[in-house]
Design a binder for this molecule. Sequence first.
Ligand SMILES: O=P(O)(O)O[C@H]1O[C@H](CO)[C@@H](O[C@H]2O[C@H](CO)[C@@H](O)[C@H](O)[C@H]2O)[C@H](O)[C@H]1O
Length: 655
Amino acid sequence: MLYPGGKKRVIITNVSPKVEEGRFPAKAVVEQDVIIAADIFSDGHDAIAASAYIRTAGERQWAELPMRFVINDYWQAVFRATQKGMHEFRVTAWVDHYTTWKKGVKKKYDAGQDVRVELQIGAELLRDAASKNKGEADRLNAWAAQLLEFTDPGQGVLLALSNDVAAVMYWHRDRDTITEYPVTYRVEVERKKAGFSTWYELFPRSASPDVSRHGTFRDVAKLLPRIARMGFDVLYFPPIHPIGEVNRKGKNNSLTANPGDPGSPWAIGNRLGGHKAIHPELGSLADFKELIKAAGDHDIEIAMDIAYQCAPDHPYVKQHPQWFTWRPDGTVQYAENPPKKYEDILPFNFETDDWENLWKELKSVVDYWIDAGIRVFRIDNPHTKAFAFWEWMIREVREQYPDVIFLAEAFTRPRVMERLAKAGFNQSYTYFTWRNTKHEIEQYMTELTGTEMRHYFRPNFWPNTPDILPPILTHGGENAHIMRVVLAATLSSNYGLYGPVYEFGINTPHGAKEEYLDNEKYEIKHWEWDQYTRIGDIITRLNRIRRENAALQSTWNIQFAQTSNDQITCYVKIDADADNQLIIVVNLDVYHTQAAHVTLPVGMLGIGHHEPYMVVDLLGGGKYRWVGDINYVELNPYQMPAHIFKVVKLQQHEQ
Ligand SMILES: O=P(O)(O)O[C@H]1O[C@H](CO)[C@@H](O[C@H]2O[C@H](CO)[C@@H](O)[C@H](O)[C@H]2O)[C@H](O)[C@H]1O
C-alpha cells in the first residue's frame, strides 16, 4: 500500500476540548453545553461534512452529533452534558460528494443550463450508496431511477434537494473516505456545585457564644440559619482533629505555646488520634454527622480540610516511622512552604520505599470522611505532595463517588497549580487575592478563560484567607472589603471568604506581614454573630444576586468592556439559555468617586448601536435608560463601589 487511507482527503486538527493532547480529561458540569470543535478542511473545493461521536466511558455505543461549519474551517458540535461521569469523544469528517453534486446541479439549473448529465451523475452516486448500504438500497435505487426518468429536469432538481435524500446520504456516507481523528479525548462531567459554589470559612472552635468555653459542632449548628440566610452553600472548616502538643505554636505564630493555647488546627494528631479522629472539645463523630445533616437541611455542605502532615506526637510517627525522613540526629525536618516555616508539623516522605502503604493510608483518610457524609474537601498545600499520588487518589475516589469535590489550596508557581488541576482537582485557589488593578484583573481573567486552562482549571476566588490579609483590605477598610467581594462574586462562579473576619471588617495586620494580627489560627475567638455590618449586608445581597442570575453561575462567559478611566473596570456576563444579561461596573479606587464612559459589546447583547434599553442595578438599586454602546457611569465607594446591571430591553420593560 502506497499510503494508508489514501482516499481520506479531509484533515482534522486543533480538536477541543482537550488537555495536554488528551493525557488528562477536560472538565464540564451537568447541564453545561460542551462545545466539541475542530479545524476541518480538505484539498479543493468539495463540500465536507463532519461528526463528533460521544459516549459515557465504558459504554459500547457512540452517539453521533453532526458538526456545524462556523467560520474559516472551524467546525463545532454542542453536547449538552446530562449525566455525571467520564465521557469520551472523537471527531470524524469526510468529503461530502452528494452535497457537492447537489449544490452544483442547483447552480446550473438556476442559471438555465442543461442538467441532464448532472442528474445521471446523481443517479450514479445514489446507486453507489445503495450498493454499500443494504438497509436503504431499495429507497436509494428508486430515487436513482426517478432521477433518470423525469422528463422535467426541474423535478430531478427538486428530488436532489429533498431533505429525505440528503438525510439518507448523510447517514450512509462512503466509509472509505472518512477521516477519523486518531485520538479519543475525555471530558469529565461533574455535579453543578463543582462549577458554582459559595464558600464560608470559619473555625468551629470559635463558634461558642459563651466566652468561657471552646466552640463545638453543636454551636456551629446554631449558626447554620445565619450562614444560609447570607447565601453560602459550602461551610468550610480548618482541620477538626486532635492538635499536636509537641512543638505546639502559641499566639501570633510564636514558637512557644502558653498553657491553654489551643495550637494551630493544621498541626494534626496527638495521643488522642490523628486524621481519622475528632478534637474532643469540638464534639463526637455523632455530633459531626448530625451537623453534616443539619447543614444539608439548609442546603449547605460541610467542606473538610485534608492536610497530609503530622504533629510530632501524631500516632503515625511511631506506628510508621518509615513514612518520614529521619536525620542523623534522630529528628525529622519540620515542614515548609517557603518562605513559611511550619515548625509544629512533619511532612510525609513520598519517596518512602513503603509508598504504596502510605498512599493507601492517606486515601483511607478521605474514604473515612466520605463514609461520615463529607463530599467536599479543601486540600492543604497539595503542591508539597507527589502529583502521581493526587492523580491516583482523586481518580480512585471519584470513580466510586463522582460527587466528591477537591479544592486545591496551592498558592505556588503557575505551572504547578495548573498541573494539580490537570491531575484532577475540581477547583483551585488562585492569584485573584493579589490582582488589583484593572489591567491585572483583565489579564488574569483572560489567562483563566481564554487559554487551554478553561478546560481544566476551575478558579475559586478568595479575597482573604486566614493566611492572607492582602494590603488592599488593610488600607482600604470597609470600602475595599465590599469592592473586593463584589469582584470575587461576579468574576468567578466559585468564590469564598474567611467569613467572620471579613464580614466584621477586621483588618489589622501582623506588623509588615500580609497576615492578620492575633490570628484565629493560633487562638480561639468569640464573634458577635448578631452584629449588623454593611459588608455582611452586601455579601448577602451579592449571594442572592448570584443565585437569581444564571449569568453569574459561570466563569467562562466574561467579556470585558472598554472604559475611559483605568479606575473603573466593566465586564459583561451573559447566559443565553436563561436570557440573562448582566453588566458589572466596579470602581477600583476605594477612596474616591470615579466616573467613566464604558463602551459595551452591544452586538453580544443583541442591542443596536443607537438603540435605547434599561439597565436595572441589582446591587445598589436604581434604573437607567441607556442608549447603544457608549454610556456614562459614576461610582462613589462610600455609597456603593459597583453596579450589577441587569439589561432589560425596552419592549420587556414596558410589558
Ligand atoms: O502554606 P499555606 O500558606 O498554603 O497554608 C496552609 O498550610 C499551612 C500548613 O498546613 C497552614 O499553616 C498553619 O498551620 C501550620 C501547622 O500547624 C502552622 O505551622 C502555621 O503557622 C499555620 O499558619 C495554613 O494555615 C494553611 O492554610
